[in-house]
Design a protein around this ligand. Structure first.
Ligand code: B12
Length: 213
């Protein structure tokens, strides 16, 4: 298929939650020599379109779920083409989504770009309360904790994690970065996080700065 057309088809397959066709489309796009990062971008555009249609009330919750699943299916095909070796050399990062929040696509992207940049990534998944975060920080002693939130209600849980880490002396070793749609640089400052990033690329850059490498 001609390049532009296949990118459009990939975008549409994610937008429409087409988990059956997405893997084949992504594979055939890679087979025809397309840049994996462009394939990956075409999938993100599909999610953004789905989100917009949800906001416009043309799409509903099942559409969001299906788009998320199609995105994840496509990621399974594209991810091996993006990841690199030398894992763990750059530092250790613990990632998780906050309590009450199951959004993990953005967090997974951050994790995946960090791995590509040589970081060891420990991902504790979604719906983590303060106790889960602090226990994981104690156990793994990461250089950086990255918290993700996609809901205006759940982002508030980040402050409690930071305060509890402060009290337990856990921030001497571990810096904290936050991200996700509703959070901002200002919010990060308010709750005492060390950094904020608006996307995965900026996230990797900020994490490198935090570690001082
Ligand atoms: C997919 C999706 C879902 C899927 C999630 C599937 C999954 N496995 O993640 C499902 C269907 C489960 C879902 C459920 C809900 N969702 Co939803 N969802 C979305 C959607 C369409 C896309 C999110 C996404 O993945 N974006 C793509 C990724 C790549 O972007 P990102 O997450 O922002 O991440 C990037 C940056 O933010 C940053 N980043 C993110 N995390 C981190 C962390 C660190 C450390 C760093 C450095 C950077 C970083 O880097 C990422 C990559 O560049 C958005 C709409 C939108 N436009 O965002 C709504 C959206 C987030 N959902 C919304 C809502 C309301 C819900 C529900 C409450 C719906 C309902 N009524 O039940 C539930 C809540 C479930 C829960 N308890 O969590 C609202 C949130 C509104 C708000 N401001 O609070 C949104 C904005 C839709 C809308 N416009 O109304 N959703």
């Amino acid at each position: 298929m001609e390049n532009t057309n296949i990118f459009i088809s990939i975008t549409e397959a994610v937008r429409d939650g087409d988990s059956y066709d997405i893997a084949e489309l992504v594979q055939s796009s890679l087979d025809s020599g397309n840049d994996p990062y462009k394939v990956f971008n075409a999938m993100i555009v599909g999610l953004e379109k789905c989100g917009k249609l949800f906001e416009e009330r043309e799409f509903f919750l099942p559409d969001l779920i299906m788009a998320g699943e199609a995105f994840t299916t496509g990621m399974e095909v594209v991810e091996p083409h993006l990841a690199q070796t030398s894992i763990g050399q750059a530092g250790k990062v613990l990632l998780g989504t906050v309590a009450g929040d199951v959004h993990d696509i953005g967090k997974n992207l951050v994790g995946f770009l960090l791995k590509s940049a040589g970081f060891q990534v420990i991902d504790i998944g979604t719906d983590n309360d303060t106790d889960k975060f602090t226990r994981a920080v104690k156990e793994h002693q990461p250089d950086v904790l990255g918290m993700s939130a996609l809901l205006t209600t759940t982002m508030l849980g980040m402050e409690d994690v930071i305060k509890t880490m402060d009290k337990g002396g856990l921030r001497k070793k571990t810096k904290v970065i936050i991200g996700g749609g509703p959070v901002s640089k200002r919010f990060a400052k308010e709750i005492g996080a060390d950094a904020y990033a608006s996307d995965a690329v900026e996230g990797v850059k900020k994490i490198k700065e935090l570690i001082g490498r």
